[in-house]
Design a protein around this ligand. Structure first.
Ligand SMILES: NC(=O)C1=CN([C@@H]2O[C@H](COP(=O)(O)OP(=O)(O)OC[C@H]3O[C@@H](n4cnc5c(N)ncnc54)[C@H](OP(=O)(O)O)[C@@H]3O)[C@@H](O)[C@H]2O)C=CC1
Ligand SMILES: CC(C)(CO)C(=O)C(=O)O
Length: 303
């Protein structure tokens, strides 16, 4: 397959190298006008791979069979909208990011849209990427045209296992949203690793209860206890992690809060529900983010 990877950070470089090894033709798409990009990845077994790919080639884009989007949620819709006119109409766009809300922003895009949720873990250290842990990537349709692309899971499974196809990806995306609503803002506010939330069971529970109510109104019938158990399992499995939001706040980068808690609050409002604990967390993170963004330049402001 001919594949353009939009966003060549931690996940982007991971997929570039994995797909390259399966003999796919690849290019990266960057924010900056460069004609090449590198992927420098240390794999989970310590193997090091350093490759150079073509970048930002419009002819390659016009013949791509897949646009794989590995951007932060708030970067997605502008960047994708910029490229869709040049991507073939039948080529799917796979969105692989934390949080929800980009599908709504991309309504009207003609191409098949696919949603991905992953537990692969990769981090950037300078220009290098470390593949910290293997995981499972769930993919499924994000619009009607996306329903015809289950075969993509097979190609991706060969490159970076495990990959599973789900006709209803929304249930999985909501469970991941619940995890991110609980872990990300709390760890960012308390400046602690995921495991330290074990000392704050009440806060985790209040957040999960509100998420469970919204999920039920969205048609995903999960019990409050079941959802809370799941969130505690993830906290246990990722106890040593600094969440992505904690990393963003520490590095004074824009966070994904608008697409995590912000999305939950939007859906709560749509159903006439209040979610006071999540609202308070949202405001606290926005205040933190605004404090450092006000004094820097070139970064986006709040919505
Ligand atoms: N890393 C991980 O292990 C996991 C990540 N995720 C999620 O996946 C998504 C991607 O994460 P991750 O790879 O870590 O993020 P990164 O920040 O490492 O990668 C995003 C990349 O996109 C680039 N970029 C920004 N804007 C544009 C643009 N307009 N056009 C092209 N490139 C652009 C960034 O460049 P620059 O830095 O120069 O702005 C950066 O290289 C996030 O939603 C994250 O939460 C989910 C599970 C695991
Ligand atoms: C699952 C979790 C919370 C792991 O740290 C994550 O997705 C993140 O940090 O964004």
């Amino acid at each position: 397959m001919k594949i353009t990877v939009l966003g060549c950070g931690a996940l982007g470089q991971l997929w570039l190298t994995a797909l390259y090894k399966q003999h796919h033709q690849l290019q990266g798409w960057l924010r900056v006008p460069q004609t090449s990009c590198t992927a420098d990845v240390t794999e989970t077994d310590g193997t090091h791979i350093n490759l150079t790919f073509t970048a930002n080639n419009r002819d390659f884009l016009a013949h791509s069979d897949l646009l794989l989007v590995t951007l932060k949620a708030w970067q997605v819709s502008d960047a994708v909208r910029h490229l869709v006119a040049e991507l073939p109409e039948n080529s799917p766009i796979l969105l692989l990011h934390n949080g929800m809300g980009t599908l709504e922003e991309l309504k009207g895009v003609r191409q098949p849209l696919l949603v991905g949720v992953t537990t692969q873990a990769a981090k950037r250290e300078g220009n290098k990427v470390i593949h910290v842990a293997s995981g499972l990537t769930h993919i499924g349709p994000g619009n009607e045209a996306g329903q015809r692309h289950s075969g993509l899971a097979v190609a991706l499974q060969h490159a970076l296992p495990d990959v599973a196809w789900h006709d209803n990806i929304s249930a999985i995306a909501w469970k991941k949203l619940a995890v991110n609503c609980a872990i990300n803002p709390l760890t960012a506010l308390h400046d602690c690793n995921n495991g330290a939330l074990r000392a704050r069971p009440g806060e985790v529970e209040l957040i999960c209860n509100e998420v469970a109510l919204v999920m039920a109104r969205e048609g995903h019938h999960t019990s409050r206890e079941g959802l809370l158990d799941y969130v505690w399992q993830v906290i246990g499995a990722t106890a040593g992690n600094a969440s992505s939001m904690l990393q963003d706040v520490r590095a004074r980068r824009h966070t994904e809060i608008d697409y995590i808690t912000g999305y939950l609050l939007k859906r709560a409002r749509a159903h006439g529900l209040e979610a006071p604990h999540n609202s308070r967390l949202f405001e606290q993170i926005k205040r933190k983010e605004n404090d450092y963004e006000r004094i820097s330049t070139g970064l986006p402001g709040a919505w």
